[in-house]
Design a protein around this ligand. Sequence first.
Ligand SMILES: [Zn+2]
Ligand SMILES: [Zn+2]
Length: 353
Amino acid sequence: MSRDSRHVILAQISCPSPSNIFPSRINNINQDRPEKMIDKIDEDLLVCSACGTQFDTDDRAELSECYICKDPRQFIPPSGQAFSTLRTLKENSYRNEWRTIHENHQTGNHLYSIVTKPKFGIGQRAFLLKTPHGNILWDLIAFIDSETIEKIQSLGGLTGIVISHPHYYTTYVTWARHFKCPVYVSIEDMSWMTRQIVSDVDRHLIRESYATIIPGITAIKCGGHFPGSLVLHWTEDHGILFIADTIVTVPSGLNPSPRHSDQSTYTFMWSIPNMIPMSVDDIHQIWTRIKPYNFKRTFGAFEGLEVSPATIIDGDSKFEEFGLKKRLLDSMKIVAKQQSGGFEGHALFKESA
Ligand SMILES: [Zn+2]
Ligand SMILES: [Zn+2]
């Protein structure tokens, strides 16, 4: 089967009916609230301080807890559940910091990261992929202000926002409204979306394992961390893979070359903060989905989690690495072997890079 034939199939839902399409994790607290009123108060809607999820209410009495934080994959901080708003964050001098990661004036492809300072919520970064086919924002941060909007508009606006999984859905409605662009998420995870009764945001539900967002940029559905967890592949610079929380970069993956071939680069977690590992079956599925793609660099969700090729020492020989696929598979086998008590009977051990 060719890569193209497996691609695509995006369902566009621009006017979802919340009762049957989006079974909410919380009681639909805004069911009776007029939509126009919600439009007006975007800035004042409650945003979870621990994870950045924006809710459909500005009334703290309506919101006892954040369902993202309550899930076993996240946590309620020792200080308890707290909420802020975009307006409060702006008044408290939060800002978004930009970093230029890659510029290619021949192809016109540029890569930037955006992270909120001081840290808010989980602390992840978003990536802006600027291309001649349009600009894509990969993953999302809760904080958005006029400076961020102006900067993105000056780079050409957004063609789409692709969000890897529910931990980073955050304030997707506010972002989508400002840039008038669709938001792509996996259909498997749609019940985790808040802000379900707004009708002016295009939510594209990715149904298949692979979805071409624009030429050269493909969302790959790997599952594991969440049933619909995505990674994003970009053909630029011999392949760049944005791994979000689907694949976790470990400290030994960051050491400078030369490195040894039996060292792990990645691990695979159902819960990252609570350190609950993923099953070997889920790890194997991540491999089978990513296997058709080549990539030379990976970018994790947090600053500093960037892996590039290295000089590898394998026994007595030394070789220059040209891609990271073998390191991904080696890491999977290291984790799977420990989880299987040393037994190498799982089909994952028959895979080769
Ligand atoms: Zn939360
Ligand atoms: Zn996550």
